[in-house]
Design a protein around this ligand. Structure first.
Ligand code: ATP
Ligand code: MG
Length: 426
């Protein structure tokens, strides 16, 4: 064989094996689900395989030879070109995730960009839309679960709180009931007692008038017991006993109104009674605070009376706490100038609404605190003092249970005002 014939033979063989490997490569491209693209440094598409790739922005025939900027949305092309240049600059594989709108759907890709020589890159892009959807679903489920958990936690604490309030209510009502009977007993007997004593005194006067008490023994006793003084003082004693029992009866009434044990249901009530009984319950904490009540002429209000009283006690206790906190911060002279004050004002707004304002000149709140007070568990009070539930429960009672509004305006210099607005008819 001549050397020329041998060269031709060699050339044919090389040609054949080249063709073979091209066929192999093509089969490989078609077998994998990824899209393989070759681009140059300016982002021009040189090759796309497989030519039938379904998840391409446009058919490969329309893309090859064009630049990314001619084919794709501009911002996207900018970003991708950056990655290509980064790959060529560093010779390191760059991985990115991106999405493109392809035939009415958002398709997500994960792509590796690798340098191919000095001025070309190969991009292997894989459709990861299914995985993304799954991830989104999982994320959404996790979020839903988190929210359900939060709601459960809140419900649980609210149940504990309302259980506490209702057992407190029962206790208060029970005590009030127990005191009520003996007090009525005493109170009821005071009038006849007064009459009996008057009768007896008249009798001694008769004895004295007819000289029957001139016996030395009787005279001695009259002096010993100071009959004149008894005559003068007895009515006063009886009077103060009457006043005393009347006060106890009032307190008992307040306790019963406050606990509203018999009135857990929706009914028409005089809201001032609720406020007054709450103030009475808090009397021991109001010793050094001036309470000003400025009541308008309100119609009876359809509401859950027991729950309304819970709101009043929550707001009033906060007001008392705020005044005490301010006093802790001030010098004695300042406290004297600026005595603690709580003003409760009620007004009819129009034929639909009434309004209750509770204003204190306590420590007040800055904007940051004010934004958070309706959040369950938010408290600025020391551990063990506040649970941070008072405002969130009150908010719920007013807005959700009664369709009302519960607003707070505060200023660290002046104090705080809570405005509760409630529809007259539910
Ligand atoms: N009148 C007010 N003046 C100043 N700060 C107030 C007033 N009312 C509420 N706050 C602030 O709002 C926070 C939340 O009040 P909330 O009644 O919900 O919880 P708390 O009083 O801390 O605890 P508790 O659950 O025992 O009522 C308080 O810790 C306080 O910082
Ligand atoms: Mg509170």
């Amino acid at each position: 064989m001549t050397s020329e014939a041998g060269d031709i033979n060699k050339y044919q063989k090389t040609e054949e094996s080249l063709q073979d490997s091209q066929i192999e490569l093509l089969a490989l491209f078609n077998a994998i689900h990824d899209v393989i693209l070759v681009l140059n440094a300016e982002g021009r598409y040189l090759k796309i395989a497989p030519s039938s790739a379904p998840s391409l922005y446009k058919p490969p025939a329309e893309m090859v030879g064009k630049t990314m900027h001619e084919v794709l949305p501009h911002a996207f092309a900018d970003n991708f070109l950056n990655c290509i240049q980064q790959t060529l600059g560093t010779k390191k594989t760059v991985k990115i995730e991106y999405s493109l709108p392809i035939s009415d759907q958002v398709v997500w890709f994960e792509a590796s960009i690798a340098a191919m020589g000095e001025d070309k890159v190969v991009v292997v892009a894989r459709d990861i839309s299914d995985r993304k959807r799954l991830e989104d679903q999982l994320r959404q489920q996790a979020q839903d679960l988190e929210q359900t958990l939060q709601e459960l936690k809140l419900t649980q604490t609210q149940m504990i709180h309302s259980e506490k309030m209702s057992s407190l209510g029962q206790l208060v009502a029970g005590v009030a009931h127990e005191i009520n009977n003996p007090v009525n007993f005493i109170h009821g007997n005071l009038n006849p007692l007064q009459e009996y004593i008057q009768d007896l005194l008249r009798l001694t006067e008769l004895y004295q008038k007819y000289g029957l008490s001139n016996q030395p023994e009787i005279q001695e006793l009259i002096e010993e017991i100071d009959l004149e003084y008894i005559k003068e003082d007895l009515p006063k004693t009886l009077n103060s006993m009457t006043v005393g029992t009347q006060r106890i009866r009032q307190i008992v009434l307040s306790l019963r109104t406050f606990s509203r044990i018999d009135e857990a249901e929706f009914k028409e009530v005089d809201i001032h009674e609720g406020i007054n009984s709450t103030l009475m319950i808090l009397k021991h904490r109001l010793q050094d605070i001036e309470v000003i009540t400025d009541y308008g002429k309100l119609p009876l209000l359809e509401c859950y009376a027991g729950e309304m009283n819970q709101v009043f006690i929550n707001v009033l206790v906060n007001a008392i706490d705020a005044i005490e906190q301010r006093k802790l911060q001030q010098r004695v002279a300042q406290i004297y100038d600026n005595i603690g004050k709580i003003k409760v004002q009620t007004r009819v707004v129009d034929s639909q609404w009434i309004k209750i304002s509770i204003i204190d000149n306590g420590i007040g709140m800055n904007d940051d605190i004010q934004k958070q007070i309706m959040n369950p568990f938010f408290t600025t009070k020391p551990i063990g003092k506040g649970t941070g539930l008072g405002m969130s429960i009150s908010y719920q009672i007013i807005t959700e249970r009664h369709g009302g509004k519960f607003e707070c305006y505060s200023n660290p210099e002046k104090g705080t005002e809570f405005i509760i607005q409630i529809p007259i008819h539910q």
